[in-house]
Design a binder for this molecule. Sequence first.
Ligand code: NAI
Ligand code: MG
Length: 397
Amino acid sequence: MAKRKVVTLPGDGIGHVVLEETLRVLESAGFQAEYIEGDIGWEYWCKEGNPLPQRTIDLIAEHKIALFGAITSKPKEEAVNELSPELQSEGLIYSSPIVGLRQHFNLDICIRPCHTYVGNPLNFIRRSTDGGVDEPKVDVVIFRQNTEGLYGGVEWSDPPSQVYDALMTHPKFKKNFGKIPKDEVSVSTRIFTKRATERILRAAFDYAEKYNYKSVTVCEKPNVIRETSGMMYRLAKEMQKKDYPQIDLWNTNIDAQMMWLTKNPEDYGVIVAGNMFGDIVSDGFAGLIGGLGFACSAQFNDAGIGIFEPTHGSAPKYASYETSIVNPIAMIESACMMLDFIGEKEISKKIRAAVAKVIVEAKVQTYDMKKMKGAPDVIQKGAATTKEMADAVIANL
Ligand code: NAI
Ligand code: MG
């Protein structure tokens, strides 16, 4: 049988090293694939004025499955300053290539699981009045709408007059902002559509049903953001009543949810949110279970295209270290989500078991697992390197 083809998108910074180590783990676990590397990230922005070249989009369209490391994004002006000189005057505006990929392929479902790893203490514990400690068991899966909302890219500074005039028809805009000069107004829209909102809700409920989670929590702010958050909660209520009466539907506000995740995180199961609140709450839970070194994700559309990536970024601070110290587990776990997606569940099971064993044994731990501050000397102080962590996983397969 022909080998499966997988597009690799290392991107920037630590994206390279975590992806490289993950490919070694995949190979050692018996996953047979041919990898085709795609160009993406800062280098291509600087050289070509486009961090997401069309050839990369074509590769993903052809092979459908991609493993993505991380990219570096910088603010507008800084980005222009780093363009190669001949591109500087072309009026190019940088936008994140991963956000671009999500929108291009309509990868609207993003799943971010965050669970306690036995042997890796949470980044917080509860203390009772008698001095005892209690470490809650976290098992949360966040469903983030991945293409709309505040990251939809529909935004202006000094908006065009049609937009400004339309805003002026809203009594609240007129009253609160109408006297401010137009060129002092910036607007970022938060657009939710019914179809995409129903799709992320459906994905969340189906997952809760399949894996026996007792609740689905809509984490938005419907009491204040009435139209968009309000629509998501209303649709969730209708869906739950009609199709999932056995699953509890909870409604939390994003701000309160961030407080509760340090108070009673074990109470939550499946959480569903729009793009930005999903991003926030998933980073919150990731921090809780041990940091971004453990946070994996899958994103896919309804046409079988899936991109699998750790939720962390390019961590530029660590990218220049001669020996890499970052934790590859988030990328390895993301690759396991890819394996599940393409039906290679035996291999993903084997890799997850190996990761779990390495963590329980606690002999090989990267700096974040040792709760150290990242610095080049963590290796001398006993932290494992990125490669040593991958070696340990391989040894336990
Ligand atoms: P970051 O995720 O790159 O790093 C934040 C901190 O998390 C690091 O300083 C480190 O302490 C920790 N960390 C991240 N990955 C780790 C790992 N594998 N092992 C151990 N510790 C790890 O986020 P930051 O610093 O906010 O952004 C850096 C760059 O990455 C920016 O240019 C940002 O735009 C980009 N970014 C890209 C993302 C993506 O590619 N999807 C997501 C988030 C940020
Ligand atoms: Mg994030």
